[in-house]
Design a protein around this ligand. Sequence first.
Ligand code: FAD
Length: 440
Amino acid sequence: MDRNTSERQQVYAWGRLQPRAHVIVPAAFADEMVAAIRASDKRPLLCRGLGRSYGDVALNGGGYLLDTARADHFLTADWETGVVRAEAGLSFDALLRVCVPRGWFLPVTPGTKFVTLGGAVANDVHGKNQESAGTIGCHVRRIGLARSTGEMLDLSVDSPLFAATVGGLGLTGVIVWVELKLLPIRSATMDVETLAMARLDDFFRLSAESADWPYTVAWVDSLARGPSLGRGLFMRGRHADAGALTPHGRKQIAVPHVARHLLNRGTIALFNYFYRTRPWATGRGTMHYEPFFYPLDSLSDWNRLYGRRGFFQHQSVVPMKNAPETLRSLLELSAEGGEPSFLTVLKVLGDRPSPGLLSFPKSGVTLALDLANRGDGTRRLLDRMTDVVVAAAGRLYPAKDATMSGEAFRAGYPQWRQLEEQRDPALMSDFWRRVAADAA
Ligand SMILES: Cc1cc2nc3c(=O)[nH]c(=O)nc-3n(C[C@H](O)[C@H](O)[C@H](O)COP(=O)(O)OP(=O)(O)OC[C@H]3O[C@@H](n4cnc5c(N)ncnc54)[C@H](O)[C@@H]3O)c2cc1C
């Protein structure tokens, strides 16, 4: 593979803020991933999965980007025990198509199935069952990691490099394959209950009352203020005991490129009102796992709805003791900020430890909200929100972040220096340059 002949390509992150020029190195098989890091030269390399990280953790402007998404082959699968080993480019979408008919499900899944195994491990993703199941790293048995020294390592959970690689932001080496233990299910159907939240206190009450429901999440109407702050819907679910084991197959609707963002105060107010008050908004029922876990996946490229300037996502976690006051401040700040958030989500995170050195989840409450990019004003708002989070002993999620300062990152992740020590010198990302490189 001669990298010098490859053309530079402009690559966006999911937030579509600003494209950055990269030399793309494609890999279709494990050995090509290994070869790519062995051939590393002066220009740094970074892996990319399906590019679902919002900010710059999967960008390496001016450097090489190893496109892993076609290295997506199963290596071994034991359908008696639910242990599968596959190349890191395998997507959760493809994995579900194979494992659901056999009675297995992902032990942890984020809110989109369009992520790769490698990307999910590198950000140590969490899902609606974080309180009971922890992060994806809790279910990874072994990792195949290629280093620029030429080594091909088979990492088990007790290895320090395993801990650094889970949530290691793609910096410890190229994850070539992942071995994962799946969750047994009897049905592709979910039992689901949705309850109205009139105010923020209801979120805390319903979270405490939902110990029997492994999956919980709350949607918040970002336009509600004053006594109604925190108004929204609380959703909880569990895998049903019986039903067909049919994987998803919904068609995706494509979103065209739009110059102006379509998610403004007027459209969001209308959406929030109908979403919250439609007659079937609350109650108990069943649904396929697809709309329960992946409501946004039916719209391909929904990130284009924010128009040419793109958007930011703020996702933070703060300890439970500081959560009521901090969430109130964050929701008020974003409601006052001019442009409301289209999607605002709250979830309690539990204390099941992750094996990852730099994993985002910790015990407390996480808030995620999207903000259209309106330039300096939006950045100032995000900075103020970051200050509130850091003052409350919280931290931001690197997979979502595009703006936090190095100080804010290092305050939230004091173990960052250990990751820097384990970082493969051939690897670098724009995120790491922004938050760590100058302090290393
Ligand atoms: C709609 C939506 C909902 C989401 N919901 C959640 C959620 O509920 N919980 C959650 O935790 N996250 C969530 N996310 C974020 C998403 O799960 C993560 O950003 C995930 O890491 C993306 O995976 P990817 O394959 O697209 O990786 P990319 O975004 O392409 O890369 C992510 C990181 O992984 C590294 N990487 C990728 N492949 C490899 C490899 N083979 N070896 C080494 N490093 C590698 C990259 O260098 C980068 O640092 C959501 C994202 C979207 C768009």
